[in-house]
Design a protein around this ligand. Structure first.
Ligand SMILES: Nc1ncnc2c1ncn2[C@@H]1O[C@H](COP(=O)(O)OP(=O)(O)OP(=O)(O)O)[C@@H](O)[C@H]1O
Ligand SMILES: [Mg+2]
Length: 159
């Protein structure tokens, strides 16, 4: 399985999905967050970072491109690349992050990073439906992300 589609009725449900994802992260994963402004990308990132015992969690702020959080088991990096050009990806501290092999990397607006990061990742796309409703699509690239997706499917799709 390579894709999993979930529906969220409200922010609380989106946070539950995020916590479920967090509970299966072992370190070394890359997660991309896609979707329009106000979709809920930062809501998910925040909840994932919080799951690792971090008190001061991320906010939606396009001016802070890369932030590092010390989680219980590993470091978490939150990048927001909104409107960044691909050529501007250098000298932002990503080199340090990629050397930090056990870390988890959470990238909002990942477009400029698509060629920069390894191909193995979980792509999370949040689409706006009516009101507070969202469609959250999880797409796995590579073996690690596929395993993660299969575990999540069993957990989140059981009736
Ligand atoms: N089902 C839902 N899931 C997530 N957020 C929701 C939902 N319904 C309403 N919201 C609200 O939508 C907003 C999402 O904001 P958030 O900062 O996470 O968006 P974003 O995708 O990160 O946008 P940006 O591209 O500007 O960073 C929050 O105010 C949240 O409360
Ligand atoms: Mg955001």
């Amino acid at each position: 399985m390579q894709k999993l589609k979930l529906t969220s009725q409200n922010p609380a449900e989106t946070k539950t999905i995020a916590r479920n994802i967090a509970s299966h992260l072992k370190g070394g994963e890359i997660l991309f967050f896609e979707g329009p402004i106000g979709a809920g990308k930062t809501v998910m990132v925040k909840e994932i970072v919080k799951s690792f015992g971090v008190k001061k969690t991320p906010v939606s702020a396009s001016f802070s491109l890369l932030k590092k959080y010390k989680g219980k088991q590993f470091n978490l990096y939150h990048a927001d690349l909104f409107r960044l050009e691909e050529g501007e990806m250098f000298n932002l501290g990503f080199e340090e992050m990629l050397e930090d092999q056990n870390s988890v990397l959470l990238v909002e607006w990942p477009e400029p990073a698509k060629n920069f990061f390894p191909n193995s990742r979980l792509e999370i796309s949040v689409a706006l439906l009516e009101g507070d409703k969202r469609e959250i699509t999880l797409k796995a690239l590579g073996k690690t992300a596929q395993n993660l997706l299969e575990v999540l499917q069993k957990k989140l799709c059981k009736k």
